[in-house]
Write a new protein. Structure first.
Length: 350
């Protein structure tokens, strides 16, 4: 039985879809992905997918709507690129039209393990494995919470819809547009699922500082004595690896908030780099690549034996594994900790 909110798709202007699927678990999302030829089942049980042209985030294709409520709060430039409300609304209408006659997958989720700062997010996608990605990465509401769920932020994910630069004012067929006034994100033309995750993080970076919370791109863990360590660094410098120390409890591997009470994980899952993972060096993370429910992006697999080759970077060096945080055995169940005792800045591959 699907767990559907009373706040339905019509509230988003989505009508005439072929079918709508609400808050599905991993198994039916696997089935839908395999049936559509969008992924393959590995020998260990993970779902292996390829993201095509985009194997990482596309910063040149990301735009923020320049509108009165947020205009003076954003540092505009080559990172925060402006677009008009008209261009955003036009792309929005196209995606709504594109959804008609298609299967649509909805995930209602929370971000923020600290109840004081928790936020509701709805991810709507044409792709079942992107729906599973969202389910892996964020916090899952209870059955009671799902029935009355109303999103604060909505993400419309259309990875197989292509923008037209001349028509849409984009730099390519890919577009990630965010409208803070409408609390709405549009993702088109990129199959890289990390755009969903980072769109949520961008929204949190905008709203949480006004609530005296510092959003941080870092991993975090906690020792037996309650000592908290946080690890900052660019992608690939070792944040996830170091935070998954088997002698300490993992709070989170990538995104956290620091409030007056301490730190808390934004997410409910991990998005680990998979290139060159080994059972000897990263046993906890390596084990997730052999587990049902994990999504492996752009990991090379033998088509006959379905065995993985985590050392093969021929598709991209940015191979990724998405899995729920409880796939790691030693986690901090609350996703929260006190103020950090140790702050580590990583500048090379740890």
């Amino acid at each position: 039985m699907e767990r559907k909110s009373s706040f339905g798709l019509k509230n988003h202007g989505i009508v005439n879809v072929r079918s709508e699927h609400w808050n599905l678990d991993a198994a039916p999302l696997y089935e839908a992905t395999l049936a559509r030829g969008l992924g393959h089942l590995s020998a260990g049980g993970a779902l292996v997918v390829e993201t095509g042209k985009h194997t990482g985030r596309s910063p040149r294709d990301k735009f923020l709507v320049e509108e009165p409520t947020s205009r003076d709060n954003i540092w505009w430039g080559p990172i925060n690129r402006p677009t008009s409300a008209e261009k955003f609304d036009n792309l929005h209408r196209q995606i709504l039209s594109y959804y008609q006659g298609r299967d649509v997958y909805v995930q209602d989720l929370f971000v923020g393990t600290d109840p004081q700062y928790r936020m509701s997010v709805r991810v709507i996608s044409e792709s079942p494995w992107h729906s599973l990605f969202a389910r892996n990465m964020f916090l899952r509401p209870s059955e009671k919470e799902l029935a009355a769920f109303v999103p604060e932020l909505t993400i419309l994910n259309a990875p197989y819809f292509h923008a037209v630069p001349e028509r849409d004012g984009t730099n390519s067929e890919c577009a990630i547009m965010m409208n803070f006034a409408q609390k709405l994100v549009l993702i088109a033309g990129s199959q890289y699922a990390g755009e969903i995750k980072k769109s949520v993080f961008s929204y949190l970076n905008y709203v949480l500082p006004d609530r005296n919370v510092l959003p941080m791109h870092c991993s975090a863990n906690i020792g037996a004595g309650g000592d908290v360590s946080i690890f900052f660094g660019l992608s690939g410098t070792g944040k996830t690896t170091l935070s998954a120390d088997g002698t300490r409890e993992l709070i989170g591997d990538d995104e956290h908030g620091w409030s007056n009470d301490g730190i808390f994980n934004f997410e409910g899952g991990c998005y680990a780099k998979a290139i060159n993972l080994s059972a000897e060096a990263e046993p906890e993370i390596y084990a997730t690549t052999r587990r049902f429910g994990t999504i492996l992006e752009n990991v090379v697999m033998d088509p006959r034996t379905r065995l993985l080759d985590l050392d093969d970077g021929s598709l991209t060096e940015n191979t990724r594994a998405s899995y729920p945080i409880d796939f790691i055995p030693n986690i901090r169940a609350s996703g929260m900790g006190g103020h950090p005792d140790n702050v580590v800045m990583l500048t090379a591959d740890a």
